[in-house]
Design a protein around this ligand. Structure first.
Ligand code: SF4
Ligand code: SF4
Length: 68
């Protein structure tokens, strides 16, 4: 299965990827704040990812890396 990672230091926490994910496995972190001062997106259940790329295609800041 695909391995998805998010560069949380690039993320500005806009939430677009959270809304784009059909599996509802992305969320904005409540606890972590990055160096830009944003709460970044995080994956909540990587085993459920179907590698559809919706998150990566939606993100305006190119935060996603998906390896198959
Ligand atoms: S690749 Fe698809 S299923 Fe996986 S986190 Fe991104 S939007 Fe969700
Ligand atoms: S779309 Fe990109 S910048 Fe916006 S919350 Fe998701 S990973 Fe962060």
């Amino acid at each position: 299965m695909a391995e998805l990672t998010i560069d949380r230091e690039r993320c500005k926490g806009c939430g677009l990827c959270v809304r784009a994910c059909p599996k509802h496995i992305l969320a904005i972190s409540r606890s972590f704040i990055n160096r830009q001062g944003f709460h970044p997106a995080e994956i909540t259940d990587s085993d459920a990812c179907v590698a559809c790329l919706s998150c990566a295609l939606t993100c305006p800041d190119i935060c996603f890396v998906i390896k198959k």
